[in-house]
Design a protein around this ligand. Structure first.
Ligand code: NAD
Length: 491
């Protein structure tokens, strides 16, 4: 029998046993072997699962085994894993983009494909050059060492892209990972994880470098967070998961929510400002945490700016239409009045096409419209809440100071992202200092902050809440110092 067939049969048997919840496991040789305990009564992880586990603790144990094996393959082994993940994302960008859209029903296919193709730019092992000191007392090296197994939580908004860039950054640093994906976006992540692990096993002989729990639940999150092998958490999502990760007792890197404001002061080209803002706010139907979510514009330029938005294909809603859309998009929780601090976002409208939102608002828009906008007050719910829809509220302000003040209020202290369109360095500096955000883009779309149209590398985990910034391999390392006293200097 050919090796391909043997592998296929082994995969099928492993899958069946796992689904039956059998105590039997597939051994490294491919034969069915009884489950064995590795000391503390735990079931030993086995090969042939290709990263897919229904039990979170088994996934963590398997990822730990993979971590030990990866260490033996050195930096070259990590580089191979990264190349596999990048190549598979490129090769499967269309198929996986479609799979994710079909499962989640949110966002845009063209941008889902682009987010997968963009994984090529995520930094790898080259990012980890050590810091060296050389002096009269010898030589000291500070090295970026791995943690071990990382527990990672991914969002519904970009499931496979977040998983892929997490794997690249984490494995570059020598770690392995267990994912708990969003319940509405885990099937596509399982497909990608299986493909990654199969290819890694084929190339390096290591299975389960990137594990995933199927199906993900709050219990599986808790099990991952509690597991002894998991040395670090990396969560990407809204306020709930950030709070849960911080309460877990484990060190957590938290890529939390945003509500990025834009200031247009009229000193730069309004046409370019409109073009960049339409591109950013319409990108993947404004699902991105960095996406432009509200614009403050100096009143004397407001009419010209909104005309420029229309010139870029955005469609203006009337006051009545925007109120209809707001009523359908946000609900006040039962028992709370109109002053409720956090209305509940209608998930059915998140990430939907502008044409769908227009129908809800009662507007007719030309086919292919990418973005809706309307003039609102600064306290409007669409300004104050992270809506994740291709709809942009535009607020007139009397001065730059007022614009910065309102932008800071709308950003709500997330310290995530903000944009300014201006040629005035004083305005840029004042806004950057006041908002204190992780990303601050001048005269570009939000995507320039992740290297699309600006300098820099991409990553879909931007650690805002805990301050690590755009994640990269160094984010997932422990700094270890190695000291040689009085020797090794060559002069
Ligand atoms: P979400 O908060 O609903 O879910 C994110 C992940 O956390 C999912 O896997 C979910 O299952 C899990 N989760 C949620 N509450 C949890 C809890 N209490 N305990 C354990 N796990 C929990 O968010 P979403 O809709 O998937 O994604 C959109 C949100 O994520 C937005 O707020 C967006 O700004 C943010 N986001 C941030 C970044 C970033 O890099 N900072 C990137 C993408 C998305």
């Amino acid at each position: 029998m050919s090796t391909v067939n043997e592998n296929l049969i082994r995969d099928v048997v492993a899958e069946v046993l796992q689904r039956l919840g059998s105590a039997g496991r597939i051994s490294a040789e491919g034969a069915s072997a009884p489950a064995s305990s590795n000391g503390g009564g735990r079931v030993r992880p086995a090969r042939g699962r290709h990263g897919i586990f229904s039990d979170a603790d088994e996934a963590c144990a398997a990822a730990h085994d993979a971590f030990l094996q990866l260490a033996e393959k050195g930096v070259a082994g990590r580089a191979k894993v990264i190349e596999i993940v990048k190549s598979l994302c490129e090769r499967n960008a269309r198929e996986w983009g479609r799979l994710e859209l079909d499962e989640t029903k949110i966002g845009r296919l063209d941008h889902k494909i682009q987010k997968l193709q963009g994984q090529r730019g995520v930094p790898g092992v080259e990012f980890l050059s050590p810091y060296a000191l050389s002096g009269d007392h010898g030589i000291t090296l500070e090295e970026y060492a791995p943690f071990g197994v990382i527990g990672a939580i991914t969002p519904s908004t970009h499931s496979i892209p977040t998983m892929a860039c997490n794997i690249i950054s984490m494995v570059a640093a020598g770690n392995t990972v267990v994912f708990n994906a969003h319940p509405s976006a885990y099937r596509c992540a399982v497909t990608a994880a299986r493909a990654f692990n199969q290819a890694i096993e084929h190339e390096l002989g290591i299975d389960n470098v990137a594990c995933i729990v199927e199906p993900p639940t709050l219990e599986s999150f808790n099990a991952i967070a509690r597991n002894e092998h998991v040395r670090l958490l990396c969560v990407t999502g809204g306020p709930g998961v950030v709070k849960a990760a911080m309460a877990s007792g484990k060190r957590a890197i938290c890529a939390g929510p945003g509500n990025p404001p834009v200031l247009v002061d009229g000193t730069s080209c309004l046409r370019n400002a409109a073009k960049q803002i339409v591109f950013g706010a319409a990108y993947d139907n404004n699902l991105l945490c960095i996406g432009e979510k509200e614009v403050f514009v100096l009143e004397k330029f407001a009419d010209a700016f909104m005309a420029a938005l229309e010139g870029q294909g955005a469609h203006r809603l009337s006051d009545a239409q925007v109120e209809r859309l707001a009523k359908e998009s946000f609900q006040v929780p039962p028992g709370q009045g109109a002053g409720c601090p956090h209305p509940i976002l209608n998930r059915d409208l998140v990430g939907r096409d502008a044409e769908v939102l227009a129908r809800v608002a009662g507007a007719n828009v030309p086919p292919g419209t990418q973005l809706l906008f309307a003039e609102t007050g600064a306290d409007h719910v669409f300004v104050q809440e992270e809506q994740m829809m291709p709809f942009l509220p535009i607020v007139r302000v009397r001065s730059v100071e007022e614009g910065i003040r309102e932008a800071k209020k709308a950003e709500r202290g997330y310290r995530h992202s903000a944009m300014i369109h201006s040629h005035d360095v004083e305005h840029m500096t004042a806004m950057a200092r006041a908002l204190d955000t992780t990303l601050f883009v001048k005269n570009g779309s939000c995507m320039a902050g992740l290297g699309l149209g600006g300098e820099g590398y991409p990553n879909f985990s931007i650690a805002t809440a805990t301050g690590e910034g755009v994640c990269n391999p160094r984010t997932f390392t422990r700094v270890r110092r190695c000291v040689m006293v009085d020797k090794l200097r060559i002069f």
